[in-house]
Design a protein around this ligand. Structure first.
Ligand SMILES: CC(=O)SCCNC(=O)CCNC(=O)[C@H](O)C(C)(C)COP(=O)(O)OP(=O)(O)OC[C@H]1O[C@@H](n2cnc3c(N)ncnc32)[C@H](O)[C@@H]1OP(=O)(O)O
Length: 216
C-alpha cells in the first residue's frame, strides 16, 4: 500500500512560508495543507490560509493537517520560540524536513521542527535542537550542536565540535572555527569569521569577528 503524503501546515504565509511550501511541493511524500497567518487571509500559492495562529489547535483537532513547520523568520526570534513551544505543549507535532538534495549523515540527531534546505551537509554526530532552520548550502562538521530555534543563513560553515546557543542567527557565509562556543542570541553579519568563543549575546561582524556597537 502506498504511503500517505505528510499533510503539513505552515505557520506564516510570508516569504519564508512560501519558500518552505515550495520545497515541500517538490519533494515526494509531502503535501502542503495550507498556512496559518495573523495578517494574510490569502496567498499567491495554491493552498489556502487555514486561519490565524489562534485557530491552529482547532484545525488540528478537525484533522485539517497532521504536522506543522514554522515559517517565521530571523527578524522574530523570540516569537519563533514562543509559537513553537506553545504548540508543542498543546501536543501538536512538528515535522522534520530534510531536502533530498541535502546530505545528512545517519548519525545526526534532528529534533522536531528542524528544516534542512538543499545543499546542506551534516557530518558525523551533528545535533540540531528543536526548530533549527538551515538555509541552503550550510556545512556543519562533526560533533557540532546547534541550539534550539537558531537559524543559519545560506552558506554558513561550522567546523567540528562547535556549540551554537539558542535563538542565534548566523548571517550569510559566516564561518566558525572548530571547538568554539557561541552564547544564546548571537547574531553575525554577512561573511563574519569567528575565531574566539562568544560569551555575550549581540551582533558580531568582520574578519576576525568583532562586536558591532549598538546604535547610538
Ligand atoms: C535567505 C536569506 O536571505 S537569509 C538572510 C541573509 N542575510 C544576512 O545574512 C545579512 C546579515 N546582516 C548583516 O550583515 C548586517 O549588515 C548586520 C546585521 C550585521 C548589521 O546591520 P545594521 O545593524 O543595519 O548595521 P549597518 O548596516 O548600519 O552597519 C553598521 C556598521 O557595521 C558595518 N557592517 C555591517 N555589516 C557588516 C558585515 N557583514 N561585515 C562587516 N562590517 C559590517 C557597516 O559597514 C557599518 O560600519 P561603519 O559604522 O563603520 O560605517
Amino acid at each position: 500500500m502506498p504511503h500517505l503524503p505528510r499533510r503539513t501546515a505552515i505557520l506564516g504565509a510570508g516569504a519564508m512560508g512560501q519558500q518552505i511550501a515550495q520545497h515541500l511541493r517538490q519533494t515526494d511524500g509531502w503535501l502542503v495543507a495550507g498556512f496559518f497567518d495573523d495578517w494574510a487571509t490569502e496567498t499567491i500559492s495554491p493552498e489556502p490560509v487555514l486561519g490565524t495562529m489562534a485557530e491552529v489547535e482547532a484545525a488540528y483537532a478537525a484533522g485539517q493537517f497532521k504536522e506543522l513547520l514554522l515559517g517565521i523568520g530571523y527578524q522574530h526570534m523570540a516569537y519563533r520560540q514562543q509559537v513553537f513551544n506553545e504548540l508543542m505543549a498543546a501536543g501538536i507535532p512538528f515535522a522534520q524536513f530534510v531536502h533530498p538534495a541535502a546530505y545528512v549523515d545517519a548519525s545526526a540527531v534532528l529534533q522536531p521542527g528542524v528544516f534542512i534546505s538543499p545543499g546542506c551537509v551534516l557530518d558525523l554526530n551533528v545535533q540540531l535542537e528543536p526548530n533549527v532552520f538551515l538555509y541552503p548550502g550550510c556545512i556543519i562538521a562533526h560533533d557540532t550542536r546547534v541550539g534550539a530555534h537558531s537559524m543559519l543563513a545560506p552558506g554558513v560553515r561550522l567546523a567540528g565540535r562547535v556549540r551554537v546557543g539558542e535563538r542565534c542567527f548566523l548571517g550569510i557565509g559566516t564561518t566558525v572555527m572548530d571547538g568554539l562556543t557561541l552564547a544564546a542570541e548571537v547574531r553575525t553579519g554577512a561573511g563574519a569569521v569567528l575565531v574566539r568563543s562568544l560569551d555575550e549575546p549581540g551582533t558580531y561582524v568582520g574578519v576576525p569577528a568583532r562586536p558591532l556597537p549598538p546604535p547610538l
